[in-house]
Write a protein that binds this ligand. Structure first.
Ligand code: GDP
Ligand code: IMO
Ligand code: MG
Length: 425
């Protein structure tokens, strides 16, 4: 069986967590490969709601779950997540890459000061990745080392000038911070020891014994650091390719790349959003879909499905098939449209603008969509195992329209947040 990479095909929150939970049942290993606590993946099963920020969404199936090298980890937050999962009666089978980088409180303080114009999640993601790239950050292997305290103090010396210059700390506060954080993080390191290993080797061995690996992306393609709507992006790569770098996926091993898209579009934080709705239409869609961020609780910006942006995301990430979520939500609103082209100054363009101010100026060209049929749970149940042609005409023609435009198939349709509210074609 092929390995699978799950990635968001929009600006995040597409329902990756739900789909990973569904697919984890047939997988042996589930691997997160990018991002950190900025992710919020909601999984609903048997009436319980789980919000995973770090732990892969395959946790509920008791599969071996991995946080790969590409992830940045706030040990305090991860330990809290592990504790809360354990106290709800589960036993996490978790392994963490020794090479994953650590998020420190000073990263969050810098993020709080500088992240405003992007509307970051405030989890310290940008500063942690930028200090990783500057080679002045610490990895998990440092905080579990016997000399963790002195490694932390040494590393803090490297960022002292930044912290004082940025007015994050006064000299006095900096000294106190060094003393307290080195003790605190070395203590986390002790708790982490049993979880730490060479996770890439686990992925490699899984391949040898023909186990199936599911790679779980965080965020979405349009938030990718290189190909997203820069600078309104996150600080890691969110593309399927990142599973190779950050998760240990092995080039050459057969892989299925599944992109997740909502039946409409949402975005949290700042940045261009060509099909964004406003006024009552936005309120109606937001409330119908309970569109509030799983990490920050912020109301999500909502809009029509942007097929022009989706097709770009599919091409850039190499997505081979789509899972579409929240068709049930789309059935609750009127005036549905999909964007099929962008115009600038009245002229259609044939590229997805790399420049954020240009993207902010595009005029979307829309096609009206007939109202989506609203089905009861019992009606959905009768459609399990059926083909796309057996769906109500409004839904099958919506799917067909999207497939024709983006030139890949929709192979999974999600019609509710619960695991069993899923149709696989
Ligand atoms: P992720 O970050 O991609 O994992 O997505 P989030 O969990 O942040 O946001 C998706 C939200 O939609 C969550 O609250 C899910 O429970 C919910 N959800 C996922 N699929 C569906 C669906 O098909 N219908 C409905 N109504 N909700 C869904
Ligand atoms: P999941 O995995 C939606 C957005 C933030 C902000 C930008 C940069 O749940 O889909 P960051 O804190 O990463 O530096 O913020 O990216 N963002 C997300 N939006 N879903 C996410 O994750 C996101 N992670 C980051 O809102 O605009
Ligand atoms: Mg989310």
């Amino acid at each position: 069986m092929k390995n699978t990479i799950v990635v968001g095909a929009q600006w995040g929150d597409e329902g990756k967590g739900k789909l990973v939970d569904v697919l984890a049942e047939q997988s042996d290993l589930v691997v997160r490969f990018n991002g950190g606590g900025n992710a919020g993946h909601t999984v609903m099963h048997a009436g319980e709601t789980y919000k995973f920020h770090y732990m892969p969404s395959g946790m509920l199936h008791n599969k071996l779950c991995i946080l790969g090298t590409g992830v940045v980890i706030n040990p305090k937050d991860l330990l809290e997540e592990i504790d809360s999962f354990t106290s709800s009666g589960h036993t996490p089978r978790l392994k963490i890459s020794a090479r994953a980088h650590v998020i420190f409180p000073h990263h969050q303080l810098i993020d709080a000061k500088e992240g405003g114009k992007i509307g970051t999640t405030g989890r310290g993601i940008g500063p942690a990745y930028s200090q990783k790239a500057s080679r002045i950050n610490l990895r998990i292997l440092d905080i579990i080392a016997d000399d963790a305290q002195s490694r932390i103090k040494d590393a803090l010396r490297d960022v002292k000038d930044i912290l004082i210059y940025e007015e994050i700390f006064t000299e006095d506060e900096y000294q106190k911070y060094c003393n307290s954080v080195s003790v605190e993080y070395a203590a986390y390191g002790k708790k982490f020891k049993p979880f730490i290993t060479d996770t890439e080797d686990l992925v490699r061995i899984a391949g040898k014994v023909e186990e199936t690996v599911l790679f779980e992306g965080a965020q979405g393609t349009l938030l990718d650091l290189n190909y997203g709507t820069y600078p309104f992006v996150t600080s890691s790569s969110t593309l399927a390719a990142a599973a190779f770098v950050g998760g240990g996926a092995i080039p050459g091993v057969p892989i299925r790349i599944l992109g997740i898209t909502k039946a409409y579009t949402t975005r949290v934080g700042e940045g261009p959003f060509p099909t964004e709705l406003s006024g009552d239409a936005a309120i109606n869609l937001r409330e119908a879909g309970h569109e509030y961020g799983a990490t920050t609780g912020r109301p999500r910006r909502v809009g029509h499905l942007d097929l022009f942006a989706l097709r770009y995301a599919i091409r850039i990430s190499g997505i081979q098939e789509l899972a579409m979520t929240k068709i049930d939500t789309l059935a609750l609103v009127d005036g549905i449209k999909v964007c099929t082209a962008y115009k600038i100054a009245g002229k259609e363009i044939d590229y997805f603008p790399a420049d954020a101010p240009t993207l902010a100026q595009v005029e979307p060209v829309y096609t009206d969509v007939p109202a989506i049929a609203e089905l009861t749970k019992a009606e959905w149940e009768t459609l399990k195992g059926k083909s796309k042609d057996d769906l109500p005409e409004s839904i099958s023609s919506y799917i067909k329209f999207i497939e024709d435009f983006v030139e890949i198939p929709i192979t999974i349709l999600s019609h509710g947040p619960e695991r069993n509210e899923t149709i696989v074609f």
